[in-house]
Design a protein around this ligand. Structure first.
Ligand SMILES: Cc1ncc(COP(=O)(O)O)c(C=O)c1O
Length: 394
């Protein structure tokens, strides 16, 4: 018998399931079983599966024009940039790429370019322990988790890893080559831990006073995932650079680097063949229209409350399994008791037909579609509870 994926490079460990179609927050497997999707394809399917609005917009755009390259003006891209700036609530200039890693790569290049301007060349970027910024060499080097670097050394020079936000002052006091700090406000792959709001605001003021760029990786936390358009909005900060991807176009590949600095790049400094083409930007405009409607109508806030009340119930039901709830909005983590094997929960949940994610080594992560219904939430939590009960953890 032919081995499944025989011709694929072996860089993923995959579950047995494979899906053929979806509706809302439900995915249907090849054998037509229904799964509640509490993972959104790692935070991507923000408007759920099979959205009529999004698929119509994609179809219409594909029928008219898919690609032209950035040699020419692209109306959707211009509209999208304006919309992102309006949604953020402060003036931002956009560069479009195709993924989170590429968005971060462009932020890293922007920081180095910015640092090359003064009389003292500044080129180093501080990132936080346990962060995750992507798999390209720049974003991988920014990722302060040595497990991701293993086998790929030497990584790029110029990244300084800070243990906590409070360490940053000390680092910049002793290194005049620091040009930027890149952080996730909620560490997606590093345990879904949200940074402290006061510490973040203090950091933002400190960096501003030293002309050091504050760059926030909102690849996972952005686009309404935390209940506001940006986690930065919740934290009351206006970073110099913000990166987005994942949920930005509901599953069509796109990444964006947004900056307050109008002259950050000049023509020729950076680019992308596909980035921001008419197709992906049409998908993003529609996705944002759908999500903005959910937000303005109050449905998103209601859904977040309902989801989190069910999450509370689950944690109360299994206090010996879950230590607490972390994260914000619909970006949630459940840190596990140290005796519990994380993958056994994820696998049991798969068997009970609810898809979950892991974050780090001991946190169960939930990133449901932002349009998930109450019924889907209820069914998902019933299945998750059953999945844990079946493990017979005492
Ligand atoms: C915070 C953060 N930054 C960057 C990335 C990389 O994004 P991509 O996989 O689209 O390159 C991810 C992906 O998980 C992420 O969570």
């Amino acid at each position: 018998m032919k081995k499944r994926g025989e011709y694929l490079l072996n860089n993923y460990s995959r579950f047995e399931e494979s899906f053929v179609y979806g509706e809302g927050a439900i995915l249907y497997s090849e054998d037509r079983k229904d799964y509640i999707d509490f993972g959104s394809g790692i935070g991507v399917s923000s408007v759920g599966h099979g959205s009529k609005g999004l698929s119509r917009a994609i179809f219409d755009q594909a029928s008219n024009l898919i690609h032209t390259s950035n040699l020419y003006h692209i109306k959707n891209q211009e509209e999208l940039a304006e919309k992102l700036s309006n949604l953020a609530g402060f003036k931002l200039y956009s560069f479009f790429a195709n993924s989170g890693a590429e968005a971060n790569e462009s932020a890293i290049k922007l920081a180095r370019k910015y640092g090359s301007r003064g009389s003292t060349k500044r080129w180093k970027i501080i990132t936080l322990d346990n962060s995750f910024h992507g798999r390209t060499y720049g974003s991988l080097s920014a990722t302060a988790q040595s497990s991701f670097h293993k086998g790929f050394e030497p990584i790029l020079d110029g990244f300084v890893y800070a243990k906590t936000l409070n360490d940053i002052q000390n680092i910049i006091d002793n290194d005049n080559e620091i040009v930027a700090v890149l952080i996730e406000l909620v560490r997606g792959e590093g345990g879904v831990q949200a940074l402290d709001i006061n510490e973040v605001q203090t950091l933002a003021k400190l960096l501003k006073s030293r002309d050091i760029l504050l760059m926030v990786d909102e690849v996972q936390s952005g686009v309404f995932r935390t209940g506001k358009f940006l986690a930065s909005n919740l934290y009351g900060i206006e970073p110099d650079v913000i990166t987005l991807a994942k949920g930005l176009a509901g599953g069509i590949p796109i990444g964006a680097m947004l900056t307050k600095i109008p002259d950050a790049f000049v023509p020729g400094d950076h680019g992308s063949t596909f980035g921001g083409n008419p197709f992906s930007t049409a998908a993003s405009l529609k996705t944002l229209e759908i999500l903005l409607d959910e937000y303005k109508s109050g449905r998103l806030a209601k859904r977040i409350d309902f989801f989190n009340s069910k999450l509370d119930e689950l944690v109360r039901e299994y206090p010996h399994v879950f230590k607490s709830i972390s994260g914000i909005g619909l970006m949630r983590g459940l840190p596990l008791d140290s005796k519990i094997d994380l993958m056994s929960i994820v696998k049991s949940a798969n068997n009970e037909r609810v898809l979950t994610l892991k974050s780090g080594n001991n946190t169960l992560r939930l990133l449901p579609p932002l349009t998930i219904s109450e019924k889907e939430i209820e069914t998902g939590f019933q299945r998750l509870s059953q999945a844990i009960a079946l493990l017979n953890i005492c």
